[in-house]
Design a binder for this molecule. Structure first.
Ligand code: ADP
Length: 496
């Protein structure tokens, strides 16, 4: 892999918040326990963070319940709520360097990418919901049979429980918190145990923006100890989760067994990226590379099955390999670095196991295949060709920098194979032919189809999965449905 410049961007940040935020106060865990947060570049501990359990969740839910039932949040005018969300977005912009540095420090993603791509998206999402929706949510007047005046009221659901993963800690915070607050709900959010730090930092910015106490509570801790009590809490009115499909099933079950709270799930994927024979090959190589390797390969929608038409297959393999070999892997605080370490030892070992499975099958290892360096969780950009549908690396979500390239002959065949998965999160289609594009976008069973592009994540575009990739959609107008109840009010019309 190519070398980065030696210039290190010094993280302009200190870790100032490690306690839970409950009812507007930063507090220790009820048990007094903490857990370590790590720097994935080295595996060293960088902070000790309050370790939440059922008691912390009870306290946070009680605060959110009170802030919802007694106000002020749902009782404020929508415009007042919108103003607070906009002030928060401004504070995010003001503190984006510290936030990006903290995200990189605890997650390992390249600093430049966090600063220039993710932080603007975080602020933009709050602008989208605050200025776009908060004060424009309303019901209808409905004509019906009989002499009745019928109206629908769109009301907030109440207390939202939100559980987020570690791959995009700040963006996942935004996708969950933005629409929930715009609709007037209160929140208990549990961050991922690998990446607790940035959620606490932005929660503090929300305090500064004037969010009343109890409206947003943030509890750190692991899944079974802190996440499960939130999903099964009787006073939580809705739960939203992003993470693995296996954990998604547990969340749905906990919700059903407790109070039947509605659930939205954004889960795993094994997204096809289809390159037709008429595609612009250089562009397709670059985007297929990006689709898989972006964020160290740790994307639920990663284009992890690269299907290439047989007529352009050999050319594609050569170029995909050359691109992967050129990928700059290294300290994510260094300029020009495209790929940092995997999040932790567990993920690192898991990815290396999948690489070994690929080598043990009949797939051809074109490049990479091992760890990089001797400390931290760095993995070489890895490309397999001659991958077959029934190989483990073509079926399982690897969640790492491992590209699997498969060959196809015709469109019906590639549609059948692309859809032959339990997942249905996203797909990419590369062609210059409008008829091929239209045919594929309709035939593919996935929540997003990107045509001649990939990973375009505007706040207005809905995102979510078919099949076992999830339930519901986030972002855009669609996310509002997750956080609103519809009340029908029926009044007889009488002549006085
Ligand atoms: P990953 O395998 O990528 O870490 P998970 O689905 O395990 O994905 O984690 C995503 C989020 O779900 C994290 O915040 C994690 O703490 C939480 N989580 C994991 N297990 C459970 C569980 N049993 N109940 C509730 N939340 C959980």
């Amino acid at each position: 892999t190519a070398a980065a410049t030696e210039e290190l961007i010094i993280p302009p940040v200190q870790i100032s918040h490690t306690q839970h935020l409950i009812n507007g106060q930063f507090v220790d865990a009820a048990s007094g326990k903490t857990f370590p947060a790590y720097d994935p570049r080295t595996g060293e501990v960088i902070a000790h963070v309050a370790a939440g359990d059922a008691e912390d969740i009870n306290r946070a839910v009680a605060a959110a319940r009170k802030a919802f039932d007694e106000g002020p949040w749902p009782k404020m005018t929508a415009y007042e709520r919108s103003r607070i969300l906009l002030r928060f977005a401004d504070l995010v912009e003001k503190h984006s360097e510290e936030l990006a540095a903290l995200e990189t420090w605890n997650n390992g993603k390249p600093y430049e990418q966090a600063l220039h791509a993710e932080l603007p998206m975080l602020a933009r999402l709050f602008h989208y919901y605050a200025a776009g929706w908060a004060d424009k949510i309303h019901g209808l007047t409905v004509p019906a049979d009989g002499k009745y005046h019928i109206q629908t009221l769109h009301e907030p659901i109440g207390v939202a429980g939100q559980i987020i993963p570690w791959n995009f800690p700040l963006l996942m915070f935004a996708w969950k918190v933005g629409p929930a607050l715009a609709c007037g709900n209160t929140i208990v959010l549990k961050s991922a145990e690998q990446t607790p730090l940035t959620a606490l930092y932005v929660a503090k910015l929300f305090q500064e923006a004037g969010l009343p106490p109890g409206v947003l509570n943030v509890v750190s801790g692991d899944g079974p100890t802190a996440g499960a009590p939130l999903a099964s809490h009787m006073d939580v009115d809705k739960v939203a989760f992003t993470g693995s499909t296996d954990t998604g099933k547990i969340i749905l079950e906990l919700a059903a067994r407790s109070n039947l709270k509605p659930v939205t799930l954004e889960l795993g994927g094994k997204s096809p990226f289809i390159i037709c024979e008429d595609a612009d090959i250089d562009h397709a190589v670059e985007l297929a590379h990006f689709a898989l390797f972006f964020n160290q390969g740790q994307c639920c929608c990663a284009g992890s099955r690269t299907f290439v038409h047989e007529r352009v297959y050999d050319e594609f393999i050569e170029k995909a390999k050359a691109r992967a070999v050129k990928r700059v892997v290294g300290d994510p605080f260094k300029k020009g670095v495209e790929q940092g370490p995997q999040i932790d030892n567990e993920q690192f070992e898991k990815v290396l196991r999948y690489i070994r499975a690929g080598i043990d099958s009949d797939a051809t290892l074109e490049c990479g295949g091992g760890r990089l360096g001797s400390k931290g969780y760095f993995i070489e950009p890895t490309v397999f060709s001659n991958v077959k549908d029934d190989m483990l690396i073509a079926k399982d979500e690897i969640f790492g920098p491992v590209q699997s390239i498969l060959k196809f002959k015709d469109l019906d065949e590639v549609v059948r194979r692309a859809n032959a998965t339990r997942y249905g999160l996203a797909a990419g289609v590369f062609t210059r032919n409008i008829d091929t594009a239209n045919y594929l976008t309709r035939a593919l069973r996935a929540g997003t189809v990107w045509v001649n592009c990939f990973d375009v994540f505007d706040a207005a575009i809905p995102f979510g999965g078919y099949k076992m990739s999830g339930i519901g959609r986030e972002k855009g107008i669609y996310s509002l449905h997750n956080y609103l109840q519809v009340k029908a009010v029926v009044t007889p019309l009488k002549n006085p």
